[in-house]
Design a protein around this ligand. Structure first.
Ligand code: F6R
Length: 608
């Protein structure tokens, strides 16, 4: 989604801002812009498309400005075009502002400002905010921003500069993340740590309802009502190497292939194989409440929602605790019934997904214990939940979520085993699962070795525009995830569903040559899946199966089989998803799609 970078210091701001925007490219955008304070004037440059288009439009001899703000925009109000790109200026052209989020009452504010004689240059809600700050300006930028924000309804992360105050940058947030990188006599404000880490690892996380005034001499934080707030400077966890390609052609490939490592990092220190125990420090305080819970609700969106579905199976099967999985976007609005015995578990890679955050707030309002399974440290969901477990799988840059998904499932498996032990799971059964979980990272490595063969198979299918993904039990969510991965990056239409559901309608779609991917490792429902395979074959569908190594039966039925090692059923999703991620990746590359920046998609959806 949109990205913000701002700089104040003694260095040239322009290259720092452009580099910062490039680091945020992965979030998805359609246009970009930069405002630099040059000789007491604000110079704004905007461009549609790539950051390189913006860089090409900047003066050749470069800028000497050491104060500026920049933005990548993902259109919400107004089409993606140059005049709608940020930064936006006030009427006098003396104040520039960049904004992430949505100003909900922008129409009312716009009418008010128009009545004051202000004319608008764009169709955006953001320009309304820039004009409002200009309207409130009486020689003090901090006060003008504060006054303007008091009239605003909606969400925002903003960075603002004024030509009349060359020594300050004002930032504020409500519902949209902002992080401030702290350097030596310099500050970088950004919506994402990726734009900061090259310059400093010391950061301040701005909380909702807080403002920061940055000067070359220091940083001052307050609430929107001007009450001083003392913030800790914290260290960012990840390094520059982690957000670079490291020899891979795409971030998605890098992230798929680093899963043996990312999973090992997720499990590290949490599996006590010798004692047959799971240690989840983040939950220690709430372990009793969790064990006594009557109902678990997983809430999330997209791929994280699929992880929640796996969690539902894990919690009911392993921990014997009733569980359900809800789209956060539905949960938040349907006035859900929540009682003392309900625990909500929000799953989110970014920790900033607007609907998931709103679901957490709704559940907390109604008295539920809210836990987070989040990757980005210090993100809003991580901070607003009562407790939680970080994925520790490292930054995920590719828009299509891969390594975060496997780490989410690994965390949910650990939670289910730990909870199971406090309920009905025997020590022996727990030990078997913990042993098996410890071997998963290496086994993921084995499955990844089939990548070249998967590519050759996909090559023969990639022209087909409709695919089905089918699975049962633990592998039904994996069928959904396989279909989502394929459609979002290769633009092939795909559907995933429980294998039995096929007969209730979708079977009508199956014609000669339609690819149907079965996730069919050995397990309780294996024979039933074989029956479904027969049904597809007899209608001319081309069957691709993900099956247990050594399963010779399925090789007679499926045209192509990709293998996974034999593992206990609850852990199968951690392996069966890997061939599907690779299929999607190779299909997108073979179809010349922009793998890491699929059309219309953003990495983190911070508006509803
Ligand atoms: C798909 C994908 C999305 C996200 C969803 C939730 O590959 O990445 O479906 O899973 O937008 O995002 P987070 O996990 O950041 O809350």
């Amino acid at each position: 989604m949109c990205g913000i970078v701002g700089y104040i210091g003694h260095k040239k701001a322009c290259p720092i801002l452009i580099e910062g925007l490039k680091r945020l490219e992965y979030r998805g955008y359609d246009s970009a812009g930069i405002a630099l304070l040059e000789h007491s004037r604000i110079e704004v440059t905007r461009a549609v498309g790539r950051i390189s288009n913006l860089a090409d439009k900047l003066p050749e001899k470069g800028s000497t400005a050491n104060l500026g703000i920049a933005h990548t925009r993902w259109a919400t109000h107004g089409t993606p075009c140059e005049r709608n790109a940020h930064p936006h200026l006030d009427q006098a052209g003396r104040i520039a502002l960049v904004h992430n989020g949505i100003i909900e009452n922008y129409r009312t504010l716009k009418t008010f400002l128009e009545r004051q004689g202000i004319t608008f240059a764009s169709d955006t809600d953001t320009e309304v905010l820039a004009q409002l700050v200009g309207h409130c300006y009486r020689g003090n930028l901090e006060q003008a921003v504060r006054d303007a924000l008091h009239d605003v309804q909606g969400t925002y992360g903003i960075a603002v500069i004024s030509a009349d105050e060359p020594d300050r940058l004002v930032a504020a947030r409500k519902g949209s993340p902002l992080i401030i990188g702290v350097g030596d006599g310099e500050y970088i404000v950004a919506s994402d740590a990726a734009a900061i880490v090259e310059h400093t690892t010391q950061v301040v996380y701005l909380a909702d309802g807080e403002m920061a005034v940055l000067t070359r001499d220091g940083l001052r934080t307050t609430t929107l009502d001007a009450v001083p707030v003392t913030k800790d400077v914290q260290a960012i966890e990840f390094s520059l190497e982690e957000i670079e390609l490291g020899g891979h052609e795409h971030f998605m490939a890098k992230e798929i292939f680093e899963q043996p490592l990312s999973l090992a990092n997720t499990l590290r220190g949490r599996l006590d194989v010798r004692e047959g125990q799971i240690v989840l420090g983040g939950l220690a305080e709430h372990a009793r409440t969790l064990a006594r819970a009557k109902r678990i609700i997983f809430t999330a969106q997209g791929t994280a929602w699929h992880a929640g579905l796996v969690g539902e199976y894990l919690f009911e099967d392993v921990a014997k605790l009733p569980a359900e999985t809800e789209y956060a976007s539905e949960f938040r609005y349907r006035n859900p019934l929540i009682d003392d015995g309900t625990v909500i578990i929000a799953i989110s890679q970014s920790g900033e997904t607007a609907d998931t955050l709103a679901a957490v707030r709704e559940a907390k309002l109604k008295g539920a214990l809210a836990l987070g399974v989040v990757n980005v440290v210090g993100s809003t969901i991580a901070r607003e939940t009562d407790a939680g477990i970080y994925l520790h799988c490292g930054p995920e840059i590719g828009v299509a979520s891969t390594k975060a998904f496997s780490s989410q499932v690994a965390v949910l498996a650990m939670m289910a085993i730990q909870l199971g032990r406090r309920r009905f799971l025997s020590q022996e059964a727990a030990e078997r699962l913990i042993d098996a979980l410890a071997r998963i990272p290496d086994q993921v490595g084995e499955v990844l070795q089939q990548s070249d063969r998967i590519r050759s198979v996909v090559e023969t299918l990639v022209e087909r525009e409709n695919w089905l993904f089918l699975g049962r039990g633990y592998n039904y969510p994996i069928a959904m995830e396989g279909a989502l991965k394929l459609k979002e990056i290769s633009y092939i239409h795909a559907e995933g569903m429980p294998a039995a559901e096929m007969k209730h309608g979708p079977i009508a779609l199956i014609n000669q040559g339609m690819p149907v991917v079965f996730i069919a490792p050995r397990g309780q429902q294996y024979d039933k899946v074989l029956g479904n395979i027969e049904e597809v074959r007899s209608r001319g569908g081309r069957v691709i199966a993900v099956a247990t190594r050594g399963d010779n039966e399925i090789t007679h039925l499926a045209e192509h089989v990709f293998h996974i090692p034999d593992v206990p059923e609850p852990l199968q999703p951690l392996l069966t998803v890997i061939p599907l991620q690779l299929m999607a990746y190779h299909a997108a590359v073979l179809r010349n799609c922009n793998v890491d920046k699929p059309r219309n998609l953003a990495k983190s959806v911070t508006v509803e």
